[in-house]
Every structure is written in structure tokens, then in C-alpha cells.
Design a protein around this ligand. Structure first.
Ligand code: CP
Ligand code: NVA
Length: 312
């Protein structure tokens, strides 16, 4: 595909992206990584500006956007809710219109998907979802890149996500897997199962791409997995549910026994991070030989740079 065809696009979730477009971004991510290894950094964002709005905390996403944009000569501006009127004293629409006049692109991390959708509708510049309650699209692009690095090709492989089936990471894995022909099994307690509407959409993409999307509350779901993936039991903004989540998710901890249950000696472990070691994953697994979490974290930067290069 022609790289120019993605100019001006926003990334809100992967729902409105084709497999071809996502694969192009992945290819670009690999070449960005290779160039970074060779210290072959250009100044492709000179004269450009990026607004980075954060309603929630972040290490990887903020640092990936800020360093990727800055090292190419761009000027990133970090805006927390302490700094900016966003739906507080000014409507999100008005903030979006003003930011669109001053910035080349906008990154948003926060609570409502609706906020990032409005920013994209009203600003007239590319908007990137750096995580909402519903989706975390930049994360899963790095996850698929890590799969490609490990197995050569991600298509036809099986990701098994174990944990909170309703959260932003699980939902994003379902979408990107269905688009790219990757099998995705969500292993979660019935009380935290996936959104039916999203699953229906995913099944239709999966029937085109040839992937299989499965949801089960049985740990047997991990059998045959190429990747076991987990995330925190309590996502940002849901701290009040801590006790309930722990009770529901304790049986779903990723430990050495669960990794053995895959019966796949090649199976790797992924986690979007930050991790609460000893809760959703044992130290033995996350620090063990099957873990690729540090490559996965590094890939956040390469994939985010690729997304911005393609769309700005
Ligand atoms: N995985 C991820 O998004 O990490 P941060 O919350 O640190 O950005
Ligand atoms: N599900 C987690 C992901 C953190 C990167 C959260 O929303 O807190």
C-alpha cells in the first residue's frame, strides 16, 4: 500500500483499519526499529507539534510518544488535567478546535472513548488513543510486532489472554487479532466476560481473515497457545473494585503451571505492563525465559513512531 494514503488518519481503535493498513504499520515499525539500532535517526517531525493529554498516569505510552516525536525534531507538549481545560471549564469540542489550530497531532489517554472520538471529529488533525476505558490500540500493535519478531509471522498463531475479559487490552487484542487472522482466546471468569457486541463485530472480521475468536472461563483455554498474555486485575479508574476483582481473578493467575498447561514449548509470555508481580503473574514467569515483556515495552516506541510517521 502507499504510505501517503494514511496521512491525516486517527487511531481511535483498530475497528476502522484494514488488515493491509495495519500490516503496513507493522512493516514500518520493524524498519523504524532497525534504523534506531543503527542510530539512523532522521528529523522527520521538524516544525511539527504534538499535544499529549493525560487524564490517567503513564510510563510507557507517554515516554514512547514523547521520545519518538522529540528525537525526530518535533515538539511534544505534555498536558495533564491539572494543566488543561478539557470538559472542565471548556467543552471537549472547543478544546479540540483550539488544539487543532496549534498542533500537528493529538495524543489522548483517559477515561471515556467518547472524549478521544470527539477530539478526532473536531480537531481536524490526527488523534491517537493512548488508552481509554475501552481500548488501548497502540499497545496491541507493539504486541503483534513482538509476535512477529518471535515467530516470523503472527497470522495463524494463537494469543491467549487470561484475566479481565472486559478491559481495554483484552478488547483491543480481540479487534486486532480478528483483523489480522490471529486466533484469540480470552480466558476469564464469567463475571468479567467480553462485551457481546464487540464479539459479534470481531466474529465478522474473523470470518474474513480466517481467525478464531473464543471466550471461555476454563483454564483449558490456554492449551496450544503460542502466547499467554495477561494484564492487571484492577485497571486504572476501577480501584474501588479491588477486593471483588482479586476474588474473581485469583484462580486465573499466570504461573509456571499455567504456562506448562499450554503444552507448547515455544509459548511466550506477554504483559502490557505495569505488572503487579505476585498477583496476575508470578515473578517466576515474568522474569523467566519465556517472557518477552521488555522487548514488548520497547516496541511501544517503534510502533508509535511508525503510526505518527504514517499519519502526520
Ligand atoms: N502499557 C502501557 O500503556 O503502559 P503505561 O501505562 O506505562 O503507559
Ligand atoms: N488495563 C490496564 C492497562 C494499563 C496499560 C489499565 O487500564 O489500567
Amino acid at each position: 500500500m502507499k504510505p501517503t494514503s494514511l496521512k491525516g488518519r486517527s487511531l481511535l481503535s483498530w475497528k476502522d483499519w484494514t488488515a493491509e493498513e495495519i500490516l503496513f504499520l507493522l512493516e514500518l515499525s520493524h524498519s523504524v526499529k532497525k534504523a534506531a539500532r543503527n542510530r539512523d535517526i532522521h528529523q522527520r517531525f521538524t516544525g511539527k507539534t504534538l499535544a499529549m493529554i493525560f487524564e490517567k498516569r503513564s510510563t510507557r505510552t507517554r515516554c514512547a510518544f514523547e521520545t519518538a516525536f522529540g528525537e525526530e525534531g518535533g515538539h511534544p507538549v505534555f498536558l495533564s488535567t491539572q494543566d488543561i481545560q478539557l470538559g472542565a471549564k471548556e467543552s471537549i469540542e472547543d478544546t479540540a478546535r483550539v488544539l487543532g489550530r496549534m498542533f500537528s497531532a493529538i495524543e489522548f489517554r483517559g477515561f471515556k472513548q467518547e472524549t478521544v472520538d470527539i477530539l478526532a471529529q473536531e480537531s481536524g488533525v490526527p488523534v491517537y488513543n493512548g488508552l481509554t476505558d475501552q481500548f488501548h490500540p497502540t499497545q496491541v500493535l507493539a504486541d503483534i510486532m513482538t509476535l512477529q519478531e518471535t515467530f516470523g509471522k503472527a497470522q495463524g498463531r494463537t494469543i491467549c489472554y487470561v484475566g479481565d475479559g472486559r478491559n481495554n487490552v483484552a478488547r483491543s487484542l480481540i479487534v486486532i487479532s480478528a483483523k489480522l487472522g490471529i486466533n484469540c482466546t480470552i480466558v476469564c471468569p464469567k463475571e468479567l466476560t467480553c462485551d457481546e457486541k464487540l464479539l459479534a463485530e470481531a466474529h465478522s472480521w474473523a470470518s474474513d481473515s480466517g481467525s478464531k475468536i473464543t471466550v471461555t472461563d476454563s483454564l483449558d483455554g490456554v492449551v496450544g497457545a503460542d502466547v499467554v498474555y495477561t494484564d492487571v486485575w484492577v485497571s486504572m479508574g476501577e480501584e474501588a473494585k479491588k477486593e471483588e476483582r482479586h476474588a474473581l481473578l485469583r484462580p486465573y493467575q499466570v504461573n509456571a503451571e499455567l504456562m506448562r498447561k499450554t503444552a507448547n514449548p515455544e509459548c511466550i509470555f506477554l504483559h502490557c505492563l505495569p505488572a503487579v508481580k505476585g498477583e496476575e503473574v508470578t515473578i517466576e514467569v515474568i522474569e523467566g525465559p519465556k517472557s518477552r515483556v521488555w522487548d514488548q515495552a520497547e516496541n511501544r516506541k517503534h510502533t508509535i513512531k511508525a503510526i505518527m510517521l504514517a499519519t502526520i
